[in-house]
Design a protein around this ligand. Sequence first.
Ligand code: FES
Length: 201
Amino acid sequence: MTEIKDPASGRPSPAESAAASARAEPSPPESVRAPLRGEVSRRGFLSVLSVAWGAFTLGSVGLLGAMGRFLFPNVLYEPPQEFKIGLPDEFAVDSVDERFKASYGVWVVRDAGGFFALSTVCTHLGCTPNWLPAEEKFKCPCHGSGFVKTGINVEGPAPRPLERYKIVLAEDGQILIDKNTKYQEEKGQWLLDGSYLPYVA
Ligand code: FES
């Protein structure tokens, strides 16, 4: 390029000097240049994009979860209403067997003449009484109802005895309890076949 010099001093003219210094100063790199008004920086654009993508992903996962719950609804496990509990001789005479209380809601009582199956549901408001061996009675922790070993209510607000379930001997010799059939003492149903299983060893 031809250099324009001051004819008097022989030095470059002021205009030429300004242009030269402007050429010498490098412009800031693209990555650190502040965005102009109305201009979105590349980094800002990527941030917005990643937030939007994250929100979309979360929404999709939630939607899929809701669809999954719809396609596979909760299944409540209910124990079978009819079940075998073992051979009669496995139960002691004059005992209240509590092994089936938690799993089936039944007390198996054996007296001198046989067996009966008592419901563990209090006839007041449905709480679960406890068997108190020392006092030989079922005692409800909610409002204090008490039932003797036969299931008869003797204290507290319970209006009637505990219910009994059908109890028979199966073909294989085991005791079979069927909760589909109930017997209520106040209706005279404890006298019906099935409410009591006669058994003497
Ligand atoms: S529920 Fe048993 S006494 Fe009230």
